[in-house]
Write a protein that binds this ligand. Structure first.
Ligand code: IPM
Ligand code: MG
Length: 365
């Protein structure tokens, strides 16, 4: 098969981590006989510099026509003074909405080799962490009506709207429940139903959809409690289902307890499983261009792409195994480094995964 991957390196460390990921994908191509072509596209600050807009029409159109989108990161201090629609982050929102990517999957997995990097109590880390955050990505406060106004006395006020239609809640609920089937069979729906009307509708619709999944355990939790339970007993979670803003916040927290945000992949999907794959971390301008960034989150995002959009389950698992084994060997970029381990850089880390992948394939053959 031939797959066309719309590739958006973006800003900061984006180009470096995407570069390493393409090396891994090329090994996969060699091993499987599939062909990957990469349409290199501009978005974020890079696009602002080149074309005056964070999401040029060509980028959106090519991304829409591609089999999948692979993105590094966007944004940086150079563009921080820009307002509203010209902010580099707008490119992300434009891609999400434009491509209809309503389901954001953010797995937070504590690799056994990284237990030391977990900021929680060692007893908690010892029990392991394996959570899938399912965040609604095209509704709620991010896309609701917002306005900044001035009152009669010349004082400013502003509002944002959190709105959900029951169909939006239904489709993301089904994604969460389907995922739970292949995991530990538990969904925790996170809301603020004691305060928000949109949350009360959320809860009602989740309960209705849950009827089609009698084998899945469902519980509901207020978002403030959920943020507490994540650090107290992360083992109590399997799949977390939540709306856009709550998911933004909780996924950072879930990520951090696994040691480093530099390890976390993500998938943003539409109904037909086309998707955009990107690391959860940002553009890290402080280390951009220094060969210091951790490429593993992007490599793991590519593994998600192979699994979900290209149905290459075995190859995806092989990449994940290779990453796990490279970590077992003690190799660490700065973000996951603790005393006694071997400090490495972006390119060496990428190469280590490439070599491990080739080894694993040889053993399997
Ligand atoms: C994320 C980011 C984005 C978001 C920003 C950069 C727009 O924080 O993907 O979690 O808030 O969704
Ligand atoms: Mg975020």
């Amino acid at each position: 098969m031939k797959y066309n991957i719309a590739t958006i390196p973006g800003d900061g460390i984006g180009p470096e981590v995407v570069h390493e990921t393409i090396k891994v994908l090329e090994v996969v191509a060699g091993l499987t006989g599939h062909t990957f072509s990469y349409s290199m596209l501009l978005a974020g600050g890079a696009a602002l510099d080149a074309a005056g807009h964070p999401l040029p029409e060509e980028t959106l159109q090519t991304a829409m026509a591609a089999d999948a989108v692979l993105l590094g990161a966007v944004g940086g201090p150079k563009w921080d003074h820009l307002e509203g629609d010209l902010r580099p982050e707008r490119a992300l929102l434009g891609l999400r909405k434009g491509l209809g990517l309503f389901a954001n999957l953010r797995p937070a997995l504590l690799f056994p080799a990284l237990k030391q990097a977990c900021p929680l109590h060692p007893d908690t880390a010892e029990k392991g962490i394996d959570i899938m955050v399912v965040r609604e990505l095209t509704g709620g406060l991010y896309f609701g009506k917002q306005e900044r106004l001035t009152d009669k006395e010349g004082k400013e006020f502003a509002y944002d709207t959190m709105m959900y239609h029951e169909d939006e809640i239904r489709r993301i609920t089904r994604v969460a429940f389907d995922l739970a089937k292949g995991r530990k069979g538990k969904v925790t729906s996170v809301d603020k139903a004691n305060i928000l009307e949109s949350s009360r509708l959320w809860r009602k619709v989740v309960l209705e959809e849950a009827k089609a999944y009698p084998e899945i355990t469902l519980d509901h939790m207020y978002v403030d409690n959920a943020s507490m339970q994540l650090v107290k007993q992360p083992q109590s979670f399997d799949v977390i289902l939540t709306e856009n803003m709550f998911g933004d916040i909780l996924s950072d927290e879930a990520g951090m307890i696994t040691g480093s945000i530099g390890m976390l992949p993500s998938a943003s999907l539409r109904e037909d499983k086309r998707g955009m794959y990107e690391p959860v971390h940002g553009s890290a301008p402080d280390i951009a261009g220094l060969n210091k960034a951790n490429p593993l989150a992007t490599i793991l995002s590519a593994a998600m792409m192979l699994r979900i959009s290209f149905k290459m389950e075995e190859t995806a698992s092989l990449i994940e195994q290779a990453v796990s084994q490279v970590l077992e060997s003690g190799l660490r970029t700065g973000d996951i480094f603790t005393a006694g381990e071997q400090m490495t850089n972006t390119r060496e880390m990428g190469l280590a995964v490439v070599n491990q992948l080739k080894q694993l394939e040889k053993k399997g053959a």
